[in-house]
Design a protein around this ligand. Structure first.
Ligand SMILES: Cc1cc2nc3c(=O)[nH]c(=O)nc-3n(C[C@H](O)[C@H](O)[C@H](O)COP(=O)(O)OP(=O)(O)OC[C@H]3O[C@@H](n4cnc5c(N)ncnc54)[C@H](O)[C@@H]3O)c2cc1C
Length: 496
């Protein structure tokens, strides 16, 4: 059974979603860019792509301040568009057999799809992943050895009863198991302090990505389109039309944005969802370098230190985490090479940031050297004494982890029939992503059941202020408190 960490206060946010709706504030002047002020203009016009008919339903707009928009054209900067775009208002009747379009197939998007299905609502998930679904639940397998690395999420803890129920189901089905390997804090110089084993830690049995595939295999009303990069959202004739570089990808009654960062900001900038766009733009994200490295021999653990499989590193600028993925996934007695995933600190990631799709060779080399030097420093080894990995690869997570949160499980704009889910709404871990996806699905299902007659009752999180997120550089782990103040409790207490 998945064990809950009881340091987290019990949360009732999922069930309280419809009880505490937020109001959309409408004023007469133009939109403000200030976070402290409410959005000031909401001209409730709608547009079709050819600019001729201004409403979703072919009727005239109710506002006099009609400005015809051509959603998706690049006539202004992304920033300007975010704040000048008009609110789309759908007034058409909701379909009796609605179809939800989910953009993003990470933990949040997948759990949203799964939970919608449980409520009888079908969906299509679009994801950019070339190798598979999962987003930041990525696993890289290098043949022919094979070498195996979880190259973002390493493990997760459980604090919420709803997530616990889900994890129990995954345990029963053999999709996840407890990670019994020793983990703790490694101080520069090689001093290792193990975490107490009382807090269970979970991993996906064949690497994190396999969990994404397994979640999907439980569904029958979920369609997946991958790899697909949704580049445009257009409201037209009472539906959202999605497309990838001009190629139509279908029309949907409701859309879910289940990703974040620059890509989401670009997508939302001219979508007709200014409130949602503003919340997304307020999100801050860290950058983290990952170094995947395979060694012939075990790494030299300092004499007297407990042989560990994972460590949060302290006092080393280029390193915040090191995890032995082959020991974690294949067992420590395996004869396979020693596959380690190393993560930089967020500060190092920020200082050495480059475009993640196009990492200059010199930067990759510099980062690899810097991080391996960090491993030496962390383990207290003499300089240049560490064996060279026979395989290595660096990757930049340019939008790695949220640095702030509105502390609400999801955001929903009932006028625009669009919602957001993702880890950042609650915290910075898989549990937050899962809870957010589930919450949005339930909210959407409730909204659909209401028939859409009282949209304002379903507005959620559109004006919620953000708070800074505390935690490890690679996220929050309830029950694994660190000296640097990993405090998931703080984030969860923010929830409504
Ligand atoms: C380096 C690192 C280490 C981490 N370690 C841990 C850990 O050990 N434990 C833990 O619990 N959490 C960890 N996390 C955090 C965890 O990975 C995330 O909280 C979680 O995976 C977020 O899930 P999500 O669904 O919100 O977003 P994502 O996983 O980012 O999913 C979004 C998906 O949307 C897709 N997408 C984006 N734009 C588009 C588009 N236009 N069209 C279609 N698809 C699109 C993306 O490709 C992606 O697949 C770590 C994160 C990082 C970066």
């Amino acid at each position: 059974m998945a064990t809950l960490v009881h340091s987290i206060p019990s949360i009732s946010f999922l069930s309280s979603l419809t009880l505490q709706p937020l109001k959309i504030k409408t004023h007469k002047k133009s939109l403000s860019t200030s976070r402290s002020e409410p959005i000031k203009t909401l001209t409730c016009t709608t547009s079709k792509p050819n600019n001729k008919s201004p409403t979703m339903d072919g009727r005239k707009p109710t506002s006099k301040k009609t400005r015809k928009s051509s959603y998706g054209t690049s006539r202004r900067s992304v920033l300007k568009k975010t704040f000048i775009q008009e609110q789309v208002t759908f007034t058409s009747q909701l379909s009796s057999d609605p179809h939800v379009g989910i953009i993003g197939g990470g933990m949040a998007g997948l759990l949203c799809a799964l939970s919608l299905e449980k409520r009888g609502v079908k969906s299509t998930v679009f994801d950019t992943g070339i190798h598979g679904l999962g987003g930041r639940m990525g696993t890289r397998v290098i043949d022919p050895q094979p070498l195996i690395f979880d190259h973002a999420a390493q493990f997760f803890t459980v604090s919420d009863p709803r997530f616990s129920e889900l994890v129990d189901d995954w345990l029963e089905k053999g999709l996840v198991r407890q990670w019994q390997g020793i983990i703790g804090e490694l101080e520069v110089g090689g001093q290792f302090l193990p975490f107490p084993s009382s807090t269970p830690r979970y991993i996906s049995v064949n690497g994190m990505r396999s969990l994404a595939d397994s979640i999907l295999s439980q569904t029958c009303m979920v369609n997946v389109v991958r790899p697909c990069w949704i580049s445009k959202l257009e409201p037209f004739n009472g539906m959202w039309h999605l497309s990838e570089n001009g190629k139509p990808c279908g029309q949907f009654d409701i859309i879910v944005i289940a990703h974040n960062g620059k890509c989401a900001n670009r997508l939302l900038a001219s979508s007709g969802l200014p409130l949602i766009a503003r919340q997304m733009k307020t999100l801050g994200l860290s950058s983290i370098w990952a170094l995947l490295a395979a060694f012939e021999d075990p790494l030299p653990i300092p004499t007297g230190a407990t042989p560990f499989e994972g460590a949060f590193v302290k006092g080393v600028d280029s390193l915040s985490w090191m995890g032995n993925n082959s020991a974690k996934l294949l067992g420590s007695k395996t004869n396979s090479p020693h596959c380690w995933t190393f993560f930089s600190t967020a500060a190092y990631g920020k200082r050495n940031k480059v475009p993640q799709e196009n990492i200059p060779t010199a930067t990759a080399e510099k980062v690899k050297t810097g991080m391996l030097e960090g491993v030496e420093a962390a383990l207290g080894l003499p300089k240049d004494s560490l064996q060279q990995p026979f395989y290595s690869r660096v990757q930049l997570w340019g939008a790695a982890l949220p640095t702030n949160t509105p502390g609400i499980p999801c955001i929903f704009d009932p006028h625009g029939r669009a919602g957001i889910c993702g880890d950042w709404l609650l915290g910075s871990n898989l549990e937050s992503a899962a809870l957010s996806g589930m919450a949005l699905a339930n909210h959407i299902a409730d909204y659909l059941r209401s028939g859409g007659a009282r949209p304002e009752e379903f507005a959620l999180g559109l004006n919620k202020e953000f708070q800074t997120l505390e935690g490890h550089d690679i996220g929050q782990f309830s029950g694994l408190e660190s000296s640097t103040g990993a405090s998931p409790i703080q984030a969860y207490q923010l929830s409504t």
